[in-house]
Ligand binder design. Structure first.
Ligand code: CDP
Ligand code: MG
Length: 162
């Protein structure tokens, strides 16, 4: 099924100069970028992105930490489109805790903090966010992009991939 999903290169990814490396991973898989911009996130947007549900999942401390982290520097917001794009992008991104992420994933190739370290220090600098499911993708896309910022075009390799 053709899907669109939201990817954010978080402030650590931008500050480490990894924008190109990260974008390349999606392009080389044949996925299509249909929206992209640099955003300096304010508290309101960070709070809407990391909603109460993240506090329910990981605790209030993690939510506070996350909103501070996301507003600490510019973020690159990207819409990626493709067949089953939501789960494929999650696979390319890798596991939440850097030390558990497989080699070959973005998190596994560029980060390594253990789960214990992340939980103790609230240092979830794992470079990137990707929508988890269709419902989240829909909400997040409308939060980060307006309709006129989404661009339809044909990739030259589409006929080979599909
Ligand atoms: O980003 P992902 O969907 O893999 O994980 P999540 O469970 O939705 O958590 C969102 C983000 O919270 C993670 O990407 C980490 O940056 C951060 N996090 C954290 O800092 N400390 C934790 N104990 C758990 C998550
Ligand atoms: Mg998540």
């Amino acid at each position: 099924m053709l899907q669109q999903t939201l990817v954010l290169i978080k402030p650590d990814g931008v500050e480490r100069g990894l924008i190109g490396e990260i974008v390349k991973r999606f392009e080389q898989r044949g996925l299509k970028i249909v929206g992209m911009k640099m955003v300096h996130v304010d508290n309101s947007l960070a709070g809407k992105h990391y909603t109460e549900s993240i506090a329910e999942k990981h605790g209030k401390r993690v939510r506070d930490y996350l909103t501070n982290y996301l507003t600490s520097g510019p973020v690159i917001a990207i819409i990626i489109q493709g067949s089953s794009a939501i789960s494929i992008v999650r696979k390319i991104v890798g596991s939440t805790y850097p030390g558990e992420a497989d080699i070959g994933t973005i998190r596994g190739d560029y980060t390594h903090a253990s789960k214990e370290y992340v939980k103790k220090n609230n240092q979830g600098h794992n470079l990137i966010h990707a929508s988890e499911n269709e419902e989240d993708a829909k909400k997040e896309l409308s939060l980060w992009f307006s309709i006129d910022e989404i661009h339809e075009y044909k990739l030259s390799h589409e006929e080979h991939i599909y």
